[in-house]
Design a protein around this ligand. Structure first.
Ligand SMILES: [Ca+2]
Length: 386
């Protein structure tokens, strides 16, 4: 309740889906012929163009249908997050975390992204690799690129998909993913793949479909590329009383930004300022005194102060329901680390995040429409960025 009063973020708003008028456009096959020509001029090998685009006979009805029926359902943030963090998901996550401990530790050391965050993203994106989509990526992207709704974006992704095939990272027949073109276990859009997919098992291919080490390293590389700071946590749940809520509503503005989630959170303020406004840790104790800037994200009843690393999670999928699901699942998979991790040891928390000697750290990737949370409108447009 307070959340809605404070920032009006009680619900996850559905993205605008635009009108449904039929625009002028060429027949699919004529359109596809032009795409073939352009692919060749872009340097895609003729055999790849023939194989990948020759296989596409017509737009995939299921893709159009899914795209048109983007859920209008509006769920409270808390409801969405609770559904994502089922007991089974948490248990699976812990099991996977233990099973892949060695390679995860290696990747955490290399990229500076906590293993538990990597596993949490993997879990939310593809149920720990169990479901990464069965749609042929090229056909799905061709359908969405022909459809006028977001043609420009998906046309670019289509050419990026062809470029991936051109490079030989994946065979045409194995390039599958969501109906909206998000591929493999991390659900990367082709453009994200080209920028962030990583070959960690050393076989020379970036296989986000079947190589678990490559999947983990690709997720870590994406977060690193989107500004993940080693040894800092994502944020924390906080408690806000009625008086504090009123002070915040009166005096704290919202961020702006190109995605709805960044407009649905407060501007960044120092933790000390949040303390002055009356925000407390979830257990009622004082906030840490670390010199950290935090923004407030509120659901209908729960509140979170989020730090810079949370922006990296939004970079993966710009929706609070998504980022908080990942963050909170990650918290359930292992201990939080970092200078600002604890609410108690205030002396320790006062120091800026240390750079752990001997541990190389770095940043994060992007994807677009995914497979998983379709029943809630968590930003197809946002996903479409990954
Ligand atoms: Ca590989």
């Amino acid at each position: 309740m307070i959340g809605a009063a404070v920032l009006g973020l009680g619900v996850i708003a559905a993205p605008a889906t635009g009108g449904a008028q039929e625009p002028d456009r060429p027949p699919f096959q004529a359109w596809l012929a032009a795409v073939r020509e352009e692919a060749l001029t872009r340097g895609i090998r003729p055999e790849i163009v023939t194989q990948a685009l020759g296989d596409v006979q017509e737009p995939l009805p299921v893709v159009i249908e899914r795209d048109r029926s983007q859920a209008e359902t509006v769920l409270p943030l808390e409801t969405y997050v609770n559904r994502r963090l089922s007991r089974r998901t948490i248990a699976n996550g812990r099991q996977m975390f233990a099973r892949h401990q060695a390679v995860l530790a290696d990747i955490e050391a290399e990229y500076g992204v906590p293993a538990r965050i990597i596993v949490a993203i993997w879990g939310i994106e593809s149920n720990f690799g169990r479901f990464s989509g069965v749609r042929p990526t090229v056909a799905a992207l061709a359908t969405l690129a022909w459809d006028p709704r977001r043609a420009t974006f998906f046309r670019g992704e289509l050419f990026d998909a062809l470029e991936i095939l051109n490079r030989g990272d994946i065979e045409y027949g194995r390039m599958k993913g969501s109906w909206a073109g998000a591929m493999g276990q991390p659900q990367f859009m082709p453009s994200s793949y080209l920028r962030y997919a990583a070959d960690h098992d050393g076989d020379g291919r970036r296989d986000i479909w079947t190589s678990t080490p490559d999947v983990f390293a690709s997720i870590a590389n994406y977060l690193k590329g989107h500004g993940w700071t080693p040894d800092q946590r994502w944020g924390r749940e906080v408690s806000i009383g009625a008086d504090a809520a009123q002070r915040i509503a009166d005096g704290v503005g919202r961020r702006d930004g190109t995605c709805q989630a960044t407009r649905n959170m407060s501007v960044g303020l120092p933790l000390a300022e949040w303390t002055r406004l009356g925000v407390r840790a979830q257990n009622g104790s004082p906030l840490p005194t670390a010199a950290v800037t935090a923004s407030l994200v509120s659901g209908a009843s729960r509140h979170f102060l989020v730090y810079g690393n949370y922006d990296a999670l939004l970079g993966y999928n710009c929706a609070h329901a998504y980022a908080l699901s990942v963050a909170l699942l990650g918290d359930r998979l292992g201990p939080a680390t970092g200078a600002s991790a604890s609410t108690r040891p205030r002396a320790a928390a006062a120091a800026p995040p240390p750079t752990a000697a001997g541990r190389r750290r770095h940043r994060r990737p992007r994807t677009a429409a995914r497979t998983a949370p379709r029943r809630v409108a968590v930003g197809q447009a946002a996903r479409a960025k990954r």
